[in-house]
Design a protein around this ligand. Structure first.
Ligand code: F3S
Length: 396
């Protein structure tokens, strides 16, 4: 990989230890993937924020970089292991909270905006069409590449942080237009009404095409919330970082000859596969990916004047909740007994053993609820989820 004179100096430690370590990571990655050079990035989103995943080794790594590291571009964080302000309300232990606060402090010292969210595009980290960026969170990566038309590989925590500390990333993968063309056509012959059904679509397509890039036809309309649900689901079940939807997403692509079809029955089977038998509920979680202000309004209206019977979390970015505060939605939600889970979510928080049966509208939460926490899963519309929270029972 060809480096500029300045990049050579960065690699040789002339700009400090954090830049040297970051360059070592980026150059090693570039060599592995055959990048010709480093390119500038417009923004970064760093994953690997929860102390639950990082442990003490991760914390040490961050503290070391924070000694002289300063980010060069706008950088935000993925969700942490707790609500940074109201962790006690969510049942997080004092020991965990202390360690998580140290993690956030290290990031803050590096100049990172410590807003912890998987929907950075909703809170001001919004790249333009064609921008090269270095984002980590799989749903945000799929959304950025597909819906915004920005260009990013799915970065690991260390490589995203390295991009933040240098403002650069190796030029390979999704940064190259040749790698962004669709590889398979997916004809959708189903009516999709809500986030759970868009999640089910991602479940079906992801399972069938794995990490191929699809050109999807037959989807008449999709709003931002439905697209963020779909992005999370297709990335979880298939692993793709980019999709095209005819008439909806902005990237240009050829229509591939190889074709599969998704029917209404496929959507229903996917929803069935995500629902375990039984009707018991002890945990309801909405906001995966983090809820938008429109979703908070819907949840607030559904909860107005009611009381929840089971632990209910609404995960969102803190700036989104601030808007909800001024709109009165926060009061409507909290008066019902439901709790905000800002800066975090049910997947990255340390929840193992606390609950048995999770209700959600998110296909991605279903995957991790099963694989990480061994929950029995119920997946349905937001209305069904709120009904389950209020009645303490799941209606299939
Ligand atoms: Fe976001 Fe957590 Fe879901 S990071 S996409 S809310 S699993």
């Amino acid at each position: 990989m060809k480096l500029t004179k300045q990049e050579e100096q960065m690699l040789n430690g002339k700009m400090g230890n954090a830049v040297r370590k970051s360059m070592e990571i980026l150059v090693a990655l570039g060599e592995i993937y055959g990048a010709d050079r480093l390119i500038d990035v417009a923004s970064v989103q760093v994953a690997g924020v929860s102390y639950d995943n990082l442990g003490d080794a991760g914390l040490e790594f961050l503290a070391d970089l924070a000694k002289d590291g300063q980010v060069k571009v706008l950088t935000t964080l993925n969700p942490a292991g707790m609500d940074l302000e109201n962790w006690k309300v969510l049942g997080i232990s004092e020991d965990f909270a202390k360690k998580q606060a140290q993690v956030i402090e290290a990031f803050s010292k590096m100049g990172i905006v410590t807003t912890c969210t998987c929907t950075p595009y909703l809170i001001g980290n919004l790249p333009r069409f064609g921008d090269h960026i270095a984002w980590s969170e799989s749903s945000a990566v799929a959304f950025a590449n597909s819906v915004l038309g920005a260009k990013t590989n799915r970065e690991g925590g260390p490589s995203a942080l390295a991009a933040a500390l240098t403002g650069k990333t190796p030029n390979y993968g999704m940064h190259l237009d040749a790698n962004r063309q669709a590889q398979i056509t997916v004809e959708v012959k189903a009516k999709l009404r809500d986030t759970s059904e868009f999640g089910a679509l991602g479940h079906v397509i992801g399972n069938r095409i794995k990490n191929k890039i699809p050109f999807i036809t037959g989807v008449k309309q999709a709003d931002i919330d439905q697209l963020k649900s779909f992005s999370a689901s297709i990335a979880t079940y298939g692993g793709t970082a980019l999709y095209h939807i005819k008439g909806i997403t902005p990237n240009k692509t050829k229509k591939p000859k190889e074709k599969i079809t998704v029917t209404q029955e496929d959507i229903e089977s996917a929803l069935k596969a995500m629902n375990d038998p039984g009707d018991e509920v002890d945990f309801v979680s909405l906001g995966c990916p983090h809820a938008s202000i429109k979703e908070l309004r819907q949840i607030a209206n559904l909860l107005k004047g009611k009381k929840v019977k089971v632990e209910t979390w609404i995960a969102t970015a803190r700036p989104t909740k601030k808007i909800a505060d001024t709109m009165g939605y926060t009061k409507m939600i909290e008066d019902s007994g439901a709790k905000f889970a800002c800066d975090t979510c049910m997947v990255v928080a340390p929840l193992k053993g606390r609950f048995k049966s999770l209700v959600t509208d998110s296909a991605k939460s279903c995957f991790y609820g099963r694989s990480k926490n061994n929950f029995k899963m119920r997946v349905g519309t937001v209305e069904q989820c709120i009904n389950a929270a209020v009645n303490g029972i799941w209606k299939h």
